[in-house]
Design a protein around this ligand. Structure first.
Ligand code: ZN
Length: 270
């Protein structure tokens, strides 16, 4: 069966392409969904990006990424809040129903303090999200990024934040790369239930040669993606399967051929 109806690819996966090239490449390949990263919006602006995306009829799944709330000074935290409001506005302009949050961390800051600042930051943008009708997905990141990218490292922590915030506009993003190792993943996915707003896939290579840019194509690593997908679907999630791969290796290859490899891996290993 070659059913690509739930396939979505992140613009960062095909990073060498401009937004124009990405849209054309995905449409040509029959990829129906796109998650847009802000750096691909920036060169053309959100209004123009929105026009291009609407014309393409691609389904815009989310905007990546907001977050990075913690800061050592009040002024820095305020800047982050303003930037997240802009991200929400950009999402609205491009027709994205969701902003994914990489919550942030500051090297040296006690993680508990960073988590408190994250919670306060999300709370500060909730009204803005509601007005824009844009949801926020808290994406826990693998603990190897706890120093500088996110103090939210397990789905339990993200679920606790969702519980504390008590808003239909906040949920979680489950990314297999960040969460596959977690002994409580299945039960926390079940607990998240309908607050699972999005689902990201790629694979964990052994060895992983770079902490950021050596993610594998699905099937190249050790993650049991179909099992985790089954859990999120049993929890009630029926949205797109988003391929998010940061890879210096694949970025150096022909992106048209790469998208075909992604389609094949999606059919076989997701
Ligand atoms: Zn992700």
């Amino acid at each position: 069966m070659t059913d690509f109806t739930r396939l979505c690819i992140h613009t960062m996966t095909t990073k060498p392409w401009s937004l124009r090239e990405t849209i054309d490449g995905y449409v040509r390949a029959g990829v129906p969904g796109i998650t847009v990263w802000r750096q691909h919006v920036e060169p053309v602006g959100a209004e123009e990006a929105g026009r291009m995306l609407r014309e393409s009829e691609l389904k815009v799944v989310s905007l990546c990424r907001g977050g990075f709330f913690p800061g050592v000074t009040h002024a820095k935290r305020q800047l982050a809040i303003e930037d997240n409001k802009r991200a929400i506005d950009e999402a609205q302009a491009i027709g994205a129903p969701l902003v994914v949050l990489v919550c942030g961390a500051v090297p040296g800051m006690v993680l508990g303090e960073a988590r408190k600042q994250i919670l306060d930051g999300i709370a500060a943008v909730l009204d803005h999200a509601k007005q824009a009708q844009v949801k926020l997905g808290i994406e826990p990141l693998h603990p190897m990024y706890a120093d500088s990218r996110s103090a939210v490292n397990t789905l339990e922590q993200a679920n606790n934040m969702v519980s504390a915030l008590q808003s239909p506009w906040v949920g979680v993003t489950v990314d297999v790369y960040h969460l596959w190792w977690d002994p409580f993943l299945q039960s926390e996915i079940k607990r998240a239930g309908k607050t699972i707003f999005s689902f990201h896939v790629c694979d964990w290579r052994t060895p992983t040669r770079d902490l950021l840019n050596d993610r594998g194509l699905m099937g190249e690593g050790c993650i049991k993606i179909p099992l985790i997908r089954k859990w999120v679907e049993e929890a009630g999630f029926n949205g797109p399967v988003e391929v998010e791969i940061f890879s210096d290796e694949y970025w150096a290859t022909d992106q048209v051929e790469y998208v075909e490899k992604i389609k094949a891996a999606y059919l076989k290993h997701c």
